[in-house]
Design a protein. Structure first.
Length: 430
């Protein structure tokens, strides 16, 4: 290991221990590497402008972020909660199942775990605690686990980022995420059933039959968004990037015209917050580029590829090894860091072993989603703890239960690639 690479690692670790934002930690580590290796810091700007920023697919990221914020501001989550309660609320632990079903629907509109947690998650936590009497830690744990469906069920911001760095088809990734996302939802619901029977969690509120038409009618308009969005992508009417623009416009139409709860002030605030979040994502991409440059320049990727060749691993053994490693790293690193830093290093080996890029992308994204609810460094946990003021110790005590079924689901998908690739193949994508 060169002294410059050692400085990069040292700066990143120290910044992480100081609880600096991930983006700033990566920027500091990358600039420290360039400085100590005697390279021009302007390389960061030059290479970024010539690679990442010129890609039109990057437009999808801020547009999907805008869509999620518009949906939250238009109180779509409250209407979806009532409809989901009507459908599954009477099951044991009904409010937990309602949370999962609501997030399935929201996932088809937003594509962001953080947006789902801060929007639909807050609605669910409020209802679980006030109406169902759930302990704060359990309510936050259920909402955190359910929010992971956002990046798996299309559209998905992490899938757009993965497509950017891997060259995989965004359309294929979107299709491949459907079945794994539904399996994740099923595994969470099974655990909620077990917890409900053991702890005596209540069933949801019974809704009189005369109220059903009104409740269902309230969700009719929002449910047109995933139909328009995914239908347009799969039929070839527009590309995934264009679909992001359609989704943002359609969401604003719902809030402004149909629900009439998005005035100018609310829209200005939505655009302000979307701009801030988009800037953070773009900064993450740029900072990850310089980390990737350092890793490539130091020969780490080539060394890893040679080690993999010497180990003579089968594709299945490679997938198991990589995902176990990611599960361990996920306890101390953010999922976005692993996606942007470690995945590019592994891609040459993935291609050499003949592993399908779509399959690999869906699996590692699921792994990284588990990372953002894994203590002690779980981004979603920090977000919801701050918003709900539920202490982290209460959340950490409960969240481990939900990591288990999600991890089991991931290993099932690793063992049986056809589960992930079934839908893309059905649509003729390879």
């Amino acid at each position: 290991m060169s002294s410059s690479l050692a400085v990069l690692l040292l700066v990143f670790v120290v910044a992480a221990l100081l609880r600096l934002p991930v983006v700033l930690s990566m920027f500091a580590a990358g600039i420290a590497y360039l400085w100590t290796s005697g390279q021009d810091i302007g390389l960061l700007v030059d290479q970024t402008l010539n690679s990442i920023i010129t890609l039109s697919v990057m437009l999808a990221v801020p547009l999907f972020i805008l869509t999620a914020n518009v949906m939250n501001a238009a109180t779509i989550s409250d209407k979806l909660w009532n409809a989901a309660n009507l459908l599954v609320g009477r099951l044991p632990g009904g409010y937990g199942h309602v949370t999962v079903l609501m997030n399935i629907v929201m996932s088809s509109m937003t594509g962001s775990a953080v947006s789902d947690a801060a929007g639909a998650g807050m609605v669910a936590i409020r209802q679980m605690r006030t109406q169902g009497g759930y302990p704060g830690g359990l309510a936050v744990a259920i909402a955190s686990a359910a929010s992971l469906l956002g990046p798996m069920i299309p559209p998905s911001i992490p899938m757009v980022l993965y497509a950017l760095i891997s060259g995989a088809s965004i359309g294929s990734l979107f299709l491949a995420g459907i079945v794994p996302g539904l399996l994740m939802a099923a595994s969470i619901s099974v655990l909620i059933l077990l917890i409900a029977k053991r702890r005596g969690l209540p069933r949801g509120e019974r809704i009189p039959a005369r109220e059903w038409p009104r409740v269902l009618a309230g969700t009719a308009v929002p449910l047109t968004l995933p139909i328009v969005l995914l239908g347009g992508i799969w039929s070839g009417i527009f590309t995934p990037t264009e679909a992001a623009a359609v989704a943002a416009a359609w969401a604003m139409l719902i809030g402004v015209v149909f629900y009439r709860n998005l005035g100018w002030r609310a829209l200005v605030e939505v655009f302000r917050e979307s701009s801030r979040q988009s800037a953070v994502v773009m900064m993450l991409l740029i900072s990850s580029f310089i980390i990737n440059y350092a890793i490539t320049n130091e020969g780490v990727a080539d060394g890893l590829a040679r080690w993999m060749d010497a180990a003579d691993l089968s594709p299945l053994a490679f997938m198991l090894l990589v995902n176990v490693l990611f599960l361990v790293l996920g306890t101390v690193l953010d999922g976005a860091v692993m996606l942007m830093v470690f995945v590019p290093v592994l891609l040459p080996t993935v291609r050499a072993l003949g592993i399908d890029l779509t399959y690999f992308g869906v699996i590692v994204i699921l792994n990284f989603m588990i990372a953002i609810i894994t203590p002690p460094y779980g981004l979603i946990l920090f977000v919801l703890s701050t918003l709900t003021r539920v202490p982290m110790r209460e959340i950490n005590k409960e969240i481990w239960l939900f990591c288990v079924p999600l991890t089991i689901t991931m290993f099932i998908l690793i063992a049986f690639p056809s589960i992930t690739l079934f839908v893309p193949h059905m649509f003729g994508l390879r």
